[in-house]
Design a protein around this ligand. Structure first.
Ligand SMILES: Cc1cc2nc3c(=O)[nH]c(=O)nc-3n(C[C@H](O)[C@H](O)[C@H](O)COP(=O)(O)OP(=O)(O)OC[C@H]3O[C@@H](n4cnc5c(N)ncnc54)[C@H](O)[C@@H]3O)c2cc1C
Length: 420
């Protein structure tokens, strides 16, 4: 059976890899000249199994209200006329209800645990290198209230076998000595020793090369214009490249197009509830390794994450709901640079930092869309939001199993069509 994967970001490439492992013939199409050049390019680097709680939470509406009019606020919402944005926001508000938030967090946690296992297995089987660090993630808390909230999360994590403990400021420094200068400001931390970090772009491009060596065909600089169907069956995709337009025929098509999937499948009557939530990162060269963090960090109150990637420190965060413009904005990356200089003075040369912005493909529930479409042979593995790097190996494993006619390896995860 021949499967066409649309999109060569981290979800498309892991999908292609899992399909090859399952014995399928695989083609991958992407409009860019190489893999991982859009949202998978410079994300926060965290394999954050210990943070399955969706952004659509009971606290989110208040956070959004508090952000209004504050230029440096981590969340920015642009009022516009795009009906898709308003539909998405209304659905997001519904997903903030406590029961829905809990249900979504459990679904994401189940997938995250499986994904961590698949990533480790893939690394062991292939020896793939991507600046991986397996020192866990430390969530920083500055107030007693944040520590109490962290403690309240332990039950959810324990229910999924995710190891995590609340630690004191001194223990934070024991875990990462670079935090010594910050210690007086800390109230505590949540340490998840099994979490990881790594460079998603390096991983994706290395995995694409491994997949190509095992027979997958990659069609870069090739834009998908439509999915081709006849009656109730998928025939392939209509694409355009430098040579012109053509059809890539396949028995099955998997949509992994990030924020651009909904427009492509809408003519088939498919409504993908995905909207772009823009985020930023800066990647600064480390100039004093002793002062730079060695453990991946999550700054809960400032909503930032930081990961050491090779000889650099990557800091990522902020959320803007403002459409499809992915260009960086210096006023939004400035707080990320200030954070580095504030917490780790002298560690990095922030004047040399590379700014970047990307569009997280977010569903209102933050649960990705995995499963079948309405017509035979159409499949989805998309909408991974702020956790695409964390969840990609697991969701690829699910979609490959489903296409092979096997049950999902994560029974607790709601497949497309099953979500109420
Ligand atoms: C600032 C920021 C920080 C983040 N930090 C983390 C983190 O620490 N941990 C984590 O787990 N996740 C993180 N994420 C989320 C993660 O990066 C995304 O969920 C993930 O990259 C999405 O991968 P994807 O393959 O679905 O999308 P993409 O990487 O965008 O891939 C989609 C591909 O489809 C292609 N495409 C689109 N339309 C067409 C078309 N018509 N024809 C052909 N090709 C097309 C694009 O070129 C692209 O290559 C972060 C995201 C951002 C923005």
């Amino acid at each position: 059976m021949h499967v066409l994967v649309l999109g060569a970001g981290v979800t498309g490439v892991t999908t292609a890899w899992s399909l090859l492992q399952a014995g399928f013939e695989v083609d991958v199409v992407d409009r860019q000249p190489a893999a991982a050049l859009e949202t998978s390019f410079a994300n926060g680097g965290q394999i954050s199994i210990s943070h399955p709680e969706p952004w659509s939470s009971p606290a989110a509406p208040l956070i959004a209200l508090r952000s209004i009019g504050r230029a440096e606020a981590p969340l920015r919402l642009r009022i516009g006329l795009d009906p898709a944005r308003w539909r998405w926001l209304a659905a997001f508000l519904r997903e903030c209800l406590p029961a829905r938030h809990r249900r979504n967090a459990h679904a994401i946690a189940a997938l995250a645990v499986h994904s961590g296992e698949r990533l480790r297995a893939l690394r062991e089987a292939t020896g793939i290198e991507y600046e991986a660090r397996t020192r866990g993630i430390l969530h920083l808390q500055y107030t007693a209230r944040e520590v109490t909230e962290a403690r309240a999360r332990l039950g959810l994590l324990a229910a999924h076998g995710i190891r995590a403990e609340v630690v004191s400021p001194q223990q934070c420094v024991d875990i990462d000595p670079a935090l010594a200068t910050v210690m007086p400001r800390l109230a505590g931390g949540l340490h998840a020793p099994d979490d990881e970090s790594g460079n998603a772009r390096l991983f994706t491009s290395a995995l694409a090369e491994l997949a190509a060596a095992r027979g997958a065909r990659f069609h870069y600089e090739t834009t998908v214009e439509a999915i081709d169907t006849a009656g109730e069956r998928v025939l392939g995709a209509r694409v355009r490249d430098a040579a012109g337009k053509r059809v890539l025929a396949a028995d099955a098509v998997v949509v992994c197009l990030g924020s651009f999937g909904p427009a492509l499948v809408a003519p088939l009557g498919e409504r993908l509830p995905i909207y772009p939530v823009k985020g930023y990162s800066v990647t600064a060269p480390v100039i004093d390794a002793a002062r730079a963090p060695i453990v991946s960090l999550t700054d809960e109150s400032r909503r930032l994450v930081a990961s050491r990637l090779g000889e650099t420190l990557r800091v990522a965060g902020t959320a803007e709901i403002c459409g499809f413009d992915a260009s960086p904005d210096a006023s939004r990356t400035a707080p990320l640079l200030a954070w580095i200089d504030d917490l780790f003075p002298g560690a990095c040369d922030t004047t040399q930092a590379e700014p970047w912005a990307g569009l997280r493909p977010c569903t209102p529930s933050y649960v990705p869309v995995i499963g079948r479409g309405r017509v035979d042979g159409l499949w989805f593995n998309t909408g991974h939001g702020s956790l695409g790097w964390t969840l990609s190996c697991g969701s690829a494993d699910i979609i490959a199993a489903l296409i092979a006619g096997r049950p999902s390896p994560v029974p607790a995860f709601p497949l497309r069509g099953d979500t109420p």
